[in-house]
Design a protein around this ligand. Structure first.
Ligand SMILES: [Zn+2]
Length: 406
């Protein structure tokens, strides 16, 4: 059983009256929605894990550390109410020192049916920040100094990020406004095309647009991280070339291991690393599968990790497990139109679709609490040196943030 790092028991929006100021939902448990799974360790290995977790700065490059309704079918109405709960208890039981919170992303449908509208994205950020301002365990962070300070105080640094730039439409200054609200990383596209470029689901990826080039220049000027996790291959390569700073693929896997367009081909992974960037390994259900581990669990995810380390080197890999507190598979089913990406790489249409077993959750990596413990456990169990563990658990990400967040 994990222990809590916080002293208060603040619950989201407790400064309001539940039921009259905002709607009540029974939310999923942050600690045992599914039976927790520990990577088994000897006592000596466990001691090492405990020491490394204390000494190193652990950064999750991409997660959704918020709570969803216990009955996941209530999610559309929960989202429309616009009061999304932060998983304070789950984070207090994790060992992350810093989490990149990608907010509601593709399901930000507070006032529209298809989401991503400017006003609803601002609502999402503002309401989360307001709730966070009423407690002191999760601390908004906009600089590397903030992350290190949060860690020294035993709190969690929270970084607001957006998975796609659609909400800025064709307005460059909206990037500055988002920076002003504390957003420090933005995806060039989500799954579909926008004013900047093409998402991974588009059949014809025409690369970064002229506006996209201007947007990346502005992001470089601002000190905003560029993320291409959901872009088409050409749009990613163009973004890497256009950016004066390293970029990240914060949550992705290797297409060489699993042939879907949600994964990146070797040349794209290599281009990101050559630019000095970091690749965060993804663990959302049914993404980072492999032929040898077609039942999605921590072993499938770590096979992607090891493949990418072999390809680009340990300095360029981290973790963006992309997990949440609630039924993630249920969310994918509810919002299939927004999330479907299991199409084949269009350049390899002769291959048959990957066959895999559907799971209810990713064993060992169910939520940010479990990922923070089990990834370090797995690395220790598999003999990774302290130095390598420090790099992939956070130092590589901090190196890029030090270069980009000027
Ligand atoms: Zn994503």
């Amino acid at each position: 059983m994990t222990t809590s790092r916080r002293t208060d028991e603040y619950q989201s929006f407790q400064y309001l009256t539940e039921g009259s100021d905002y709607k009540h939902y029974d939310l999923a448990s942050e600690l045992d929605r599914v039976p927790p799974t520990d990577v088994p360790l000897t006592d000596a290995e466990q001691e090492l894990v405990d020491r490394l977790t204390r000494e190193f700065v652990l950064v999750s490059m991409h997660d959704h550390p918020n709570r969803f309704p216990d009955d996941i079918s209530q999610t559309p109405s929960y989202v429309k109410d616009g009061h999304i709960s932060t998983a304070y208890e789950g984070l207090a039981h994790s060992s992350w020192d810093c989490v990149f919170d990608n907010l509601l992303d593709g399901i930000c449908t507070i006032e529209s049916s298809s989401g991503w509208k400017w006003t609803e994205v601002l609502h999402d950020i503002g309401m989360r920040l307001c709730d966070i301002a009423h407690q002191d365990f999760v601390v908004p962070a906009t600089s590397v100094a903030d992350i290190l300070e949060a860690r020294d105080r035993g709190t969690v640094a929270w970084v607001a990020t957006l998975e796609g730039a659609a909400p800025i439409e064709n307005e460059l200054d909206r990037l500055d406004i988002l920076y002003g609200f504390g957003v420090r990383s933005i995806g060039v596209t989500y799954n579909e095309a926008n004013y900047l470029g093409c998402g991974l689901r588009e059949k014809n990826d025409s690369g970064l647009t002229n506006f996209g080039r201007r947007a990346i220049r502005r992001m470089n000027q601002l000190g905003m991280l560029v993320d291409c996790s959901h872009c088409g291959d050409q749009t990613t390569l163009d973004s890497i070339a256009a950016s004066q700073k390293p970029i990240v693929l914060s949550h992705i896997g290797a297409r060489a291991l699993w042939n879907t367009n949600r994964m990146a081909p070797d040349n794209v992974l290599q281009a990101c690393a050559d630019k000095g960037g970091v690749i965060g390994v993804e663990a959302a259900p049914h993404t980072t599968l492999t032929a040898s581990h077609p039942t999605h669990d921590i072993e499938s995810v770590m096979e992607h990790f090891e493949y990418i380390v072999d390809l680009v080197g340990i300095e360029h890999v981290g973790f963006g497990a992309d997990t949440t507190y609630g039924d993630h598979v249920g969310i994918h089913q509810l919002y299939a139109a927004a999330f479907t990406f299991d199409e084949l790489d269009p350049t390899q249409e002769d291959q048959s679709p990957p066959d895999f077993e559907h799971v209810d959750y990713v064993k060992g990596l169910e939520n940010p609490t479990e990922s923070s413990h089990n990834i370090v456990r797995w690395l220790v169990k598999h003999g990774y040196s302290d130095d390598k563990i420090e790099k992939v658990m956070g130092a590589n990400a901090l190196r890029v943030l030090n270069e980009v967040w000027v």
